[in-house]
Design a protein around this ligand. Structure first.
Ligand code: NAP
Length: 288
């Protein structure tokens, strides 16, 4: 069997086009643009590139961008004050505090201060709670992107056994919640899981988010399964996922490549979240 390749690059482009069209309609209807505020603390070069990409792509779909840079020496109080200011700013629909922040700051504490209605990363305790309770809210971008990839691949999750390898707050836990909400039967595996290859091989949908180069082998995959590879691992021979792509594509029915699978979806879903946040506020205002 040679698996269908789930083309994240093309699907992300489609999401961006949809968001651009919906932003135009929102702006025509309300007379204002959705706004994304980005906070970059310190001088980590990779973080600077990530934030620049997010701002550029936001501009391409008609989202206004407000960028704030603080020095690596910024105090907790200074970052807190900036987040409070952005929470109160009506021009700002979404706030993103790029992680990691410098070691003397607590990223979980700081992102937790973002108003849940503006939490476009979907990572605050309140957003996590809304997801767990099945309430409306902003969902974390990478898991939301994986759900869109599954939908685009035509995967009906109802009654399927989904195995998520990885239990991080950033990805594994929210991914499991989203799969559960879509009526899959979900197993979350991690570094202490007994007989991980057998657990993985019982999955109809296997999602790997570990950060270990090509860890998932062909005999970990049930023939005909759908495989979503979230891992990003850089080595001397290039960029690889957590899945041994060449071997697994001979067994799986569908698979995401690395690069060009899950990666491009994250920013696309951030843009979608920013528009959703702007729409939620406009709806509240209309009801007030
Ligand atoms: P993380 O916080 O380091 O979590 C890794 C998870 O993998 C943990 O739950 C850990 O288990 C588990 N794990 C580690 N070694 C394992 C093993 N040998 N067997 C089974 N499970 C194992 O990482 P993350 O933030 O979730 O990210 C995971 C990967 O996805 C990384 O490569 C990251 O770069 C990538 N990622 C990509 C995107 C994107 O494409 N935009 C977004 C987010 C993450 P324990 O909890 O037991 O330690």
């Amino acid at each position: 069997m040679s698996a269908e390749i789930i083309d994240g690059k093309a699907i992300a482009a489609k999401v961006r086009e949809e968001v651009a069209r919906d932003v135009e309609a929102f702006t025509a209807r309300t007379g204002r643009k959705p706004g994304l505020a980005t906070i970059l603390v310190g001088d980590d070069p990779a973080s600077a590139v990530y934030v620049a990409n997010k701002r550029r792509t936001a501009g391409e779909v008609g989202i206004e961008s407000f960028h704030h840079e603080l020095p690596a020496t910024a105090t907790t109080e200074e970052v807190e004050a900036l987040i409070e200011q952005l929470n109160a700013d009506d021009a700002v629909s979404g706030i993103l505090c790029q992680l990691p922040v410098p070691d003397h700051l607590d990223g979980v504490h700081l992102t937790g201060l973002i108003d849940a209605r503006k939490d476009v990363d979907g990572l605050t305790p309140l957003s996590a709670g809304y997801l767990a309770l099945g309430r409306e809210g902003l969902r974390p971008c990478t898991p939301a992107g994986c759900m869109r990839l599954l939908a685009e691949a035509g995967v009906d999750l109802t009654g399927k056994h989904a195995v998520v390898i990885g239990r991080s707050n950033l990805f594994g836990k929210p991914m499991a919640q989203l799969l559960l909400a879509a009526n899959a039967t979900v197993t979350i595996a991690h570094s202490r899981t007994a007989d991980l290859p057998a657990v993985a091989a019982s999955a109809d949908v296997l999602v790997a988010a570990v950060g270990r180069d090509r860890m998932v082998k062909a005999d970990w995959v049930k023939p005909g399964a759908v495989v979503i590879d979230v891992g990003i691992n850089r080595s001397d021979d290039g960029l690889h996922g957590d899945v041994d792509f060449d071997a697994v594509s001979e067994v799986a029915a569908a698979i995401t490549p690395v690069p060009g699978g899950v990666g491009p979806m994250t920013i696309a879903m951030l843009l979608r979240n920013t528009l959703t946040a702007a729409e939620l506020v406009a709806r509240e205002e209309a009801l007030a």
